[in-house]
Design a protein around this ligand. Structure first.
Ligand SMILES: [Fe+2]
Ligand SMILES: [Fe+2]
Length: 208
């Protein structure tokens, strides 16, 4: 079976995301593979750290603690795998500024709990789902080694998306559909509007 969005991603995840990654982003990613790997490593590290900060803040929710602990370990493993790949390809790890994407979603998180927690979990679901979708968009164009690695990541980030969404529903007293729709619109803007800085989660390449 050929690798396509439909074969790699669940119908549920495809329905959750408001839009597909623009073709121009895929072209920019293929032209900037070293930068993509460096930012990917940064994202894995950040994902682990976000999960751990939830473990510090919400100690009274055992399900959250277990899920976030597992997730943090997996993200750190991904981080090690990306760093190893960079080393074998002679890509030097350097500090780069984060993309506007995660902050562009997090700035809409409500400030009072439990709404704050629910929003952080919804944002987590979007970040994981978009990561999955971007890996899937890249896979058909990559060398065998990177394509194989990204196929394993599609599976594990897909589970993370499901976990974040399940936890968001669990910890909310009412339906979260309106909140999901709100963040979906913000997400679409970040993905489809021009973005001067190319990153793993960046928007439409400004030159396109
Ligand atoms: Fe990851
Ligand atoms: Fe993840």
């Amino acid at each position: 079976m050929p690798d396509t969005r439909e074969t790699l991603l669940s119908p549920d995840l495809l329905a959750f995301l408001p839009c597909a990654t623009p073709e121009a982003w895929v072209a920019a990613a293929l032209a900037n593979q070293a930068l993509l790997l460096i930012d990917h490593a940064q994202c894995e590290k950040k994902a682990a750290s976000t999960a751990m900060s939830l473990m510090y803040r919400y100690v009274d929710r055992p399900l959250l603690l277990t899920k976030m602990s597992q997730l943090a370990r997996e993200e750190l493993l991904h981080f090690e795998q990306v760093v190893r790949l960079m080393e074998s390809r002679g890509v030097e790890y350097r500090h780069i500024a984060a993309s506007r994407y995660a902050e562009g979603l997090r700035r809409h998180v409500r400030t009072e709990d439990p709404e704050r927690l629910v929003d952080i979990l919804i944002v987590g679901a979007f970040i994981e789902a978009r990561s999955c979708e971007r890996f899937a968009a890249l896979i058909p164009h990559l060398d065998a080694e990177l394509a194989k690695f990204y196929r394993t990541l599609v599976k594990s980030e897909g589970r993370h998306y499901e976990d974040y969404l399940m936890l968001a529903r669990r910890f909310s007293a009412s339906s979260i559909d309106t909140r999901i729709a709100f963040f979906a619109e913000r997400e679409r803007e970040l993905i489809e509007s021009p973005d001067a800085t190319f990153r793993f989660h960046s928007g439409l390449p400004a030159a396109a």
